[in-house]
Design a protein around this ligand. Structure first.
Ligand SMILES: [Zn+2]
Ligand SMILES: [Zn+2]
Length: 345
């Protein structure tokens, strides 16, 4: 089968590999019907994910059809259409029982698929701990509607959830890339008083204005004064930082009002500074990534009920055998790309 592979730093290649087989009684084999490319895949390519293993098939955003299951898999059966979770988790350890599945103590707990074990930019993928890692897609929900459930949408849902948003809040979301928009969709479900999105790309600003006309949009240069003028207590009550640059990290705490919650969703490629003397007296609460992707069932219910729709994010479609071209467009942010759906070859 075709499998897009992390060969070495700076190099991914479409290789021919054997179809994966069941190894453990809790495994499932899924035929990938639709996948996507994530910024984290680019982080692997550029060597900023040290635990990524050369030789693995990349890709951790996918939906498909269950082909085979091990003897201990009870939640899905062959023929089921499923979303695949970016995280591998046992469901039983201390962290899993508290919903912190990103910190599951399994050797491959957390983000392993497409990083430390073979992922889904391929025709088939082996999903370990399939009782936790797969969720059945309701019949009324299409593959495209469900594509982002296991990763970017799970991240947006988690971020909105841990930010404890109330109806009185002004919420600032920094970054309107794919994860920023998924975060926006999930913040909208909490019906805060105001949502402000900070974004610098004119294309993405246009996208937000077109699809979410009730959301206020501002550029990073104007963000601080705009938030002050458009909030009730001198700053945002909740800030969700999804952009991941030095400038946006600084904006996140600068734009927060005293005693606000600042949720860091982004993955930075280097350390950030917390200038504590400058923020003394603000009494901020920081919450840091990464996602606990354990609410996929609930997210699928919300999609089926028409409350979340991520289809506008899919701006391009390519078959797996043309994935190189899809990467070129995604990596260089060409042609107004937000997300690419990768279909079976
Ligand atoms: Zn991802
Ligand atoms: Zn666990």
């Amino acid at each position: 089968m075709l499998a897009y592979t992390y060969v070495k730093r700076g190099k991914f290649e479409l290789l021919d590999k054997p179809v994966p087989q069941l190894i453990d009684s809790q495994d499932a084999i899924v035929r990938v019907t639709l996948g996507s490319i994530c910024t984290s895949d680019l982080h692997i390519k550029h060597g900023s994910v040290p635990r990524a293993v050369p030789g693995i098939t990349v890709g951790h955003e996918m939906v498909g059809v269950v082909e085979q299951v091990g003897a201990d898999v009870t939640s899905v059966r062959p023929g089921d259409r499923v979303t695949v979770n970016v995280e591998t988790f046992c469901g039983e350890c201390f962290f899993c029982r508290h919903g912190y599945v990103n910190n599951c103590t399994l050797p491959d707990g957390g983000w392993a698929l497409g990083c430390r074990i073979d992922g889904g930019q391929a025709e088939y993928v082996r999903v370990p701990y399939a009782n936790q890692g797969l969720n059945r897609i309701p019949d009324s929900v299409t593959d495209e509607q469900a594509l982002f459930v296991g990763d970017v949408l799970a991240t947006g849902y988690w971020a909105a959830d841990i930010s404890d948003i109330t109806a009185a809040d002004t919420v600032l979301i920094i970054g309107a890339g794919p994860t920023g928009i998924c975060t926006l969709l999930c913040v909208m479900l909490k019906h805060p008083r105001r949502i402000i999105v900070c974004e610098k790309s004119p294309e993405r600003i246009r996208f937000v204005r077109e699809h979410y006309p009730n959301v206020l949009v501002v550029t990073p240069e104007e963000c601080k004064s705009f938030v002050e003028a458009n909030s009730n207590h001198g700053g945002a009550d909740r800030v969700l930082e999804v952009a991941g640059t030095d400038e946006t990290f600084r904006l996140a705490w600068e734009c927060a009002r005293p005693n606000a919650i600042v949720t860091i969703v982004a993955l930075y490629d280097h350390p950030q500074q917390l200038p504590l003397p400058d923020m003394y007296g603000k009494n901020l609460v920081f919450k840091t990534g990464g996602v606990d992707g354990c609410r996929c069932d609930e997210i699928l219910r919300l999609i089926a009920a028409g409350k979340i729709d991520t289809r506008p994010l899919i701006t391009h479609r390519f078959p797996l055998n043309r994935i190189e071209e899809a990467y070129r467009i995604f990596e260089n942010k060409l042609d107004g790309v937000i997300k690419i759906a990768v279909t079976a070859p």
